[in-house]
Design a protein around this ligand. Structure first.
Ligand code: SAH
Length: 402
């Protein structure tokens, strides 16, 4: 086959052997002695120690995280269609309760290393499967993976997204439809009884971030009733829709992207929420904070869900550097007794450091707070037990006391 790369033997440095043997899944650049032996991404690697004894099988694929992922600790394992079928079937069995829940028809069915193959995710949208490739290496293995997926599930259609960079260019603009029949545009899926409009073939993002499911439900069921709700970095307004359905008196959604206006209106409409009663603002969040402070606006609930890194005309925002500042802005326009939902998907700091940011922000404003609850990834975003840093999501419900 044209995409087939040959198997290559590489040597693991002595210090790293025990980590791989005990299940650590990420192949790091530093751990291998003889990278010069491998050229093509997608090559299957047999890793051995310096005495030439088997350690693991892996594939070579460059991501910002590392140089590839371990696939098996079994010397006899063949990385063929049957191998991928087994992984996919196991992943589907783990999510049995999701498949049988008629109120939620969108969820993750395969979560990278958490399901045994780093660099690959598969999401389910009411019968349609979306495969995302995170490196050229895993993309080169696509024939076997897609064959395995087609054999393992009954599907209406299969789509793909390429989330890697070749020669400085993302390939996301390519046609994302692969097999079966095309999904309607939009495809309406459900999450805890709420509708979402999904576009499987319209750029890098499909309209919803599935990892926030439990947070959205919590906002709707426990916090929103009779409250004013500010949703910053609102994208398609998913948090606002849940707040409105939970009985919020009014939602305000703020996002810089022009497309967010029509997308948010659409999400309200397909849930029979009166769009006219909601506010949707296309603006830089930092600009909006200044305006809200000047107007002395105070909200019962403020959601902060910034990208880990973003560059706008006036600001560069990096979650690890600027979250304290963002929190301080939010605290200034939150009522006493109100709630700030602070969220981040930044993988370069953990829940402990995120908690430190919260503490620092309140301290600098001489305020008091109480943490009501915390969330990380939901069950379908399965985390590898030897790779906890794969649990990138951190959400804290903070009550402002003073
Ligand atoms: N909270 C959303 C997801 C946010 S994605 C949800 O749950 O669906 C991040 C969003 O931040 C993007 O839509 C992007 O357009 C927006 N964004 C990035 N920088 C911004 C800024 N300075 N002001 C307002 N929006 C910004």
């Amino acid at each position: 086959m044209q995409n087939e790369a040959r198997e290559i033997t590489l040597t693991v440095k002595a210090d790293y052997v025990s980590a791989y043997k005990s299940g650590y899944p990420l192949l790091s650049k530093e751990s291998i002695l003889d990278w010069e032996k491998v050229e093509q991404e997608g090559s299957i690697l047999t890793l051995v120690d310096t005495k030439n004894k088997f350690v693991a099988k892996a594939y070579y694929g460059i991501q910002n995280k590392g140089y590839g992922w371990i696939l098996s600790l079994d010397k006899e394992e063949k990385i063929d269609t049957a191998y991928f079928s087994k992984k996919i079937t196991d992943a589907i069995a783990y999510r049995e309760d999701f498949f049988s829940d008629v109120t939620t028809t969108a969820f993750r069915v395969f979560n990278g290393e958490g399901d045994g193959i780093g660099g690959l995710t598969i999401d389910y949208f009411d019968g349609y499967y979306l495969v995302t490739w995170y490196s050229l290496g895993i993309y080169k293995l696509r024939n076997k993976i897609l064959e395995a997926l087609q054999k393992s599930v009954s599907f209406k259609g299969i789509y793909q997204k390429k989330r890697f960079n070749t020669k400085g260019q993302y390939l996301d603009d390519a046609d994302d439809f692969l097999f079966g029949s095309k999904a309607p545009e939009p495809l309406i899926v459900k999450e805890n009884g709420v509708n979402f409009a999904i576009y499987l073939d319209d750029g890098a993002m499909v309209g919803v971030f599935l990892d926030q499911r439990d947070v959205r439900r919590t906002i709707r069921d426990k916090y929103a009733k009779n409250k004013t709700f500010l949703n910053t970095f609102s994208y398609t307004g998913a948090f606002s829709v849940f707040a409105a359905l939970g009985g919020a008196t009014k939602t305000t959604s703020v996002d810089l992207a022009k497309r967010s206006l029509a997308k948010t209106q659409e999400q309200f409409r397909i849930n029979a929420v009166d769009v006219e009663a909601q506010e949707i603002i296309v603006e830089d969040v930092f600009h909006y904070f200044k305006y809200a402070l000047r107007k002395k606006f105070l909200f019962d609930i403020v959601v902060l869900d910034p990208p880990s890194f973003a560059r706008s005309k006036k600001h560069t925002f990096s979650a690890s550097k600027d979250y304290v500042k963002l929190l301080k802005e939010a605290i200034g326009i939150t009522k006493k007794g109100g709630i700030i939902v602070a969220s981040t998907n930044a993988a370069n700091f953990d829940m402990m450091r995120f908690s430190d940011f919260i503490s620092k922000a309140f301290k600098e404003l001489k305020g008091k707070y109480k943490v009501e609850e915390r969330f990380s990834l939901p069950k379908d975003f399965r985390v590898h037990e030897k790779f906890k840093e794969g649990n990138y999501l951190k959400v804290v419900f903070i009550r402002k006391i003073s």
